[in-house]
Design a protein around this ligand. Structure first.
Ligand SMILES: Nc1nc2c(c(=O)[nH]1)N[C@H]1C(S)=C(S)[C@@H](COP(=O)(O)O)O[C@H]1N2
Ligand SMILES: [Mo]
Length: 398
């Protein structure tokens, strides 16, 4: 898809998005109950096809065969991962920029869109908990029991964080950028906003086509639905979904990464879970190479397989090979890669196989251009992040 031209962008938005101030909450039903702070369990009819792992908060992934129908994930099929209720967005919603900046400021979303050049990118957003249920087979792990579905590839539109940073001016010592959502996530006896963080150097990934960080107002050409962060969120190409903060309300430039729970404590890779390990481990930023078998169709004695493969989240890193084994990993043959591929995007693949031994497993593994190959097994970790062992499905089950 072409980047949205500025006029087109505004023109489209004028239909209820950038119109009267009251239009901010108009297009969508209000999804949180302000009086109780409880989640509204009712589901956006546009997202009815997801498989909900929990309804309050809303956590849903698409059925796998639907997931790989197209390279661009239609918004109804895009997974939802929320830690708390959707916040209520008032008419005077503003995004603030503070910390190590020359001119701290507050903007309405309309001001951001008018002041800064429109930017658009296609990239994959996937949850660090993708395939978590596999860890649970080894040893119990908490958290949403995601299968292969909390991942999607969309066209995101908005403005670049780098343009906003240039406008407010960075002060000496600036090294990280924090993002706080407007949500109130229950944490013990109080609530906290969901927060993310990126090193300032992420902006060096930028080129004409790809922002380091996008402040996105639109997904697939439409205003973000409430479940995806209306009216504005970050989208961080190459990073785990947790860094793409929905309902973005506050941006802070700092010398260190965010102290928010979801950066400082959660979303880290540890082995035993001892306190010292949490303190020592860096936040997870980039996603890692992964792949899954998503659909199987029997036809004339053959089986047509379809799935996705995700290169690790580095610029110019692509999928070089997807391999399929029908004998539990003894021998492998190459799958056919889909034509559509781009920086920070997944790639779809197909393969046609026959099963000689119904007791065997079908296995899938991907290699990326940095030489990362999905391993046969991965060690368990207490939060169940970044499972990327071979995807193994018993031949009998398909
Ligand atoms: N404010 C806020 N932003 C958030 C979250 C959240 O709970 N609150 N969840 C994060 C996680 S863990 C993921 S994987 C992505 C999911 O984005 P989506 O729900 O639009 O698919 O949003 C991220 N941003
Ligand atoms: Mo996530």
């Amino acid at each position: 898809m072409q980047p949205l031209a500025r006029r087109q962008f505004l023109g489209r938005s004028a239909t209820g998005f950038l119109g009267a101030a009251s239009a901010w909450v108009m297009p969508w039903a209000v999804a949180a109950n302000a009086a109780t702070g409880m989640c509204d369990e009712s589901i956006d009819p546009g997202k009815a096809d997801l498989i909900y792992r929990s309804r309050a908060p809303r956590n849903g992934e698409p059925p796998l065969d639907k997931l790989v129908e197209s390279w661009i994930t239609p918004t109804p099929q895009f997974y939802i991962r929320s830690h708390g209720p959707n916040p209520q967005i008032s008419d005077d919603f503003r995004v603030s920029i503070e910390g190590l900046v020359e001119r701290p400021q507050e903007f309405t979303v309309q001001q951001l869109l008018e002041k800064f050049p429109a930017s658009s990118c296609t990239c994959t957003v996937g949850c660090a908990g993708l395939r978590r249920y596999e860890f649970n087979k080894m040893k119990k792990v908490g958290g949403v029991q995601w299968e292969e579905g909390p991942i999607g590839n969309a066209v995101w539109s908005g403005i670049r964080l780098s343009d906003v940073l240039k406008h407010v001016g960075l002060k000496a010592g600036a090294k990280h950028v924090w993002f706080d959502g407007a949500d109130a996530v229950p944490e013990g006896d109080h609530t906290i906003p969901f927060g993310g963080s990126v090193p300032l150097s992420k902006m060096q990934d930028e080129d004409k086509k790809m922002p380091g960080v996008l402040l996105a107002t639109h997904i697939n050409g439409q205003p973000l639905p409430p479940d995806h962060g209306f009216p504005i969120r970050t989208v961080v190409p190459g990073y785990i979904g947790a860094r793409s903060v929905k309902w973005l309300q506050k941006i802070v430039v700092s010398e260190a990464s965010s102290p928010n729970h979801y950066v400082a404590d959660a979303y880290k890779m540890v082995q035993t879970g001892a306190a010292i390990e949490w303190d020592e481990a860096p936040p997870i930023y980039r996603y890692i190479v992964n792949a899954a078998l998503c659909s199987a169709e029997h036809k004339d004695g053959e089986i047509h397989l379809k799935g996705f493969a995700l290169p690790s989240g580095y610029k110019d890193c692509s999928i070089t090979r997807v391999e399929i084994s029908t004998d539990s990993g003894k021998s492998w043959s190459n799958a056919t890669l889909g034509k559509e591929a781009a920086n920070f995007c997944w790639q779809l693949w197909t393969a046609t196989v026959t099963i000689t031994n119904p007791e065997s497993d079908i296995c899938v593994r991907a290699t990326d251009s940095l030489g990362n190959l999905m391993p046969e097994t991965v060690p368990w970790n207490p939060k169940g992040y970044l499972y990327n062992a071979w995807h193994r499905v018993s031949a009998k089950s398909i």
